[in-house]
Ligand binder design. Structure first.
Ligand code: AMP
Length: 401
């Protein structure tokens, strides 16, 4: 049976229909400009079926968007299933589960209320996720189980000393201000997959999981449980990213705001959207562009890449310290899976910890591969992420009770 995976944004909705038992992807696509002029993309992954790229599709709300997706999936000519009965359950990516959710759950009224309660922690994302769930309920009814899979859930196992910020404790008690972490579904999938590839029990492994994409975070996964991660209460924390600054002196916020007459929100907008490797290089947030610009002699593009590699390298060592050792370092997401150069730069200088990079084996893009030198004490590997598959697997398991 198939699971429909939904990732709803405020005016967009990404979807995938897959069979988690076989791992087969049947169709995927995107509804964009919901509430504006509606753009619908449908990419069937089945032989002989044609893709669709349609603009001006009436989608005043997410409900029409979901209906458009379902119509395409069961379409006589290009659909991939015969009827809606072939959708066993729907899995929703939900960004923030706060302290309420340490794992995926079957959605009911109490769960909806708890997701709503987490909205102050993710004011842009959770309301969109709620709209997506409500739209699915409206279109599919109560008979199709819906499951919420949270970006934050995997990190709920962090110990207090890793998640409490060194600010007055009342802010934690009263306002739940603390480190939550994101990319949890990805870190969980790749760390589990790494153990499978190595034929080891996750309980035996200390893994540093490096999710390096447009957004980047590291997680320290010991015995299958997250013990630390680099994003914080919001995804602005930790590593420098495509456009986000990552960790820095909070005093800079006041300085920029005062100097340029910006509000705190305006200043944070700069730290979220105009900083990171884009801000340093002035070239692009895209690592491919930075690599090309650097090759053409652009110093600041090279500097941005250096800063990124340096910060990831330091954090790998930090997380090894957090776990009292490291068995596996893994790379995933757009940059981690594809950029051999960035991986090699990050790993340079970690040999003292038994972390190596075999130049030949490192020539890999987007596939599972061990890239450390033969016989090295630490296994370094590339493990492509698949958050949708993880969501689909959770959804099937929970829907079947
Ligand atoms: P993600 O957010 O996981 O989709 O990752 C997006 C990032 O991956 C962008 O910065 C891309 O430039 C980067 N990326 C994708 N393919 C490559 C590649 N072949 N070499 C370097 N960076 C890449």
């Amino acid at each position: 049976m198939n699971i429909l995976v939904i990732n709803a944004g405020s005016s967009s909705l990404k979807y995938q229909l897959m069979n988690p038992e076989t791992g087969a992807l049947l169709a995927k696509g995107l509804c964009e400009r919901i509430g504006i002029d509606g753009k619908f993309t449908y990419k069937p992954q089945v032989e002989g079926k044609e893709k669709l790229d349609a603009i001006d599709v009436a989608m005043p709300t997410h409900s029409e968007a979901i209906q458009t997706v379902l119509n395409a999936l069961v379409d006589e000519k290009n659909g991939v299933i015969a009827s809606m009965d072939e959708i066993e359950a729907v899995g929703h990516r939900v960004v923030h589960g706060g302290e309420s959710f340490a794992s995926s759950v079957l959605i009911d009224d109490a769960v909806m209320a708890a997701i709503e309660e987490c909205t102050p922690l993710a004011p842009l994302h959770n309301p969109a996720n709620i709209i997506g769930i409500e739209a699915c309920k409206a279109v599919l009814g109560d008979k199709v189980p819906q499951v919420a899979v949270f970006d934050t859930a995997f990190h709920q196992t962090m110990p207090e000393h890793a998640y409490i910020y060194a600010v007055p404790y009342e802010y934690y008690e009263n306002d739940k201000i603390r480190r939550y972490g994101f990319h949890g579904t990805s870190h969980r999938y790749v760390s589990k997959r790494a153990a499978e590839i190595l034929g080891k029990d996750p309980a035996e492994l200390k893994i540093v999981s490096c999710h390096l994409g447009n957004g980047s975070s590291l997680a320290a996964v010991s015995g299958g449980r997250c013990v630390d991660t680099s994003m914080g209460m919001t995804p602005l924390a930790g590593l420098p990213m495509g456009t986000r600054a990552g960790d820095m002196d909070a005093g800079v916020v006041e300085f920029i705001a005062n100097k340029y007459g910006y509000t705190v929100s305006e200043t944070l907008n700069i730290l979220n959207k105009k900083s990171g490797v884009l801000g340093v290089s002035g070239v692009s947030s895209d690592f491919r562009d930075l690599e090309s610009a650097f090759k053409e002699g652009n110093h600041r593009a090279g500097l941005a890449l250096d800063i990124f590699a340096y910060r990831v390298r330091k954090m790998i060592a930090e997380y090894a310290a957090a776990m009292g050792g490291v068995d596996v370092v893994l790379f995933t997401a757009g940059v981690g899976e594809n950029s051999a150069g960035t991986r090699a730069d990050i790993l340079k200088g970690l040999e003292f910890m038994g972390i190596t990079c075999d130049a030949e084996k490192n020539k890999v893009r987007g596939e599972e591969r061990i890239i450390s030198k033969d016989g090295a004490p630490v296994t370094v590997m590339v493990v492509p992420t698949n958050e949708e598959l993880m969501i689909a697997m959770d959804t099937m398991e929970i829907a079947r009770g």
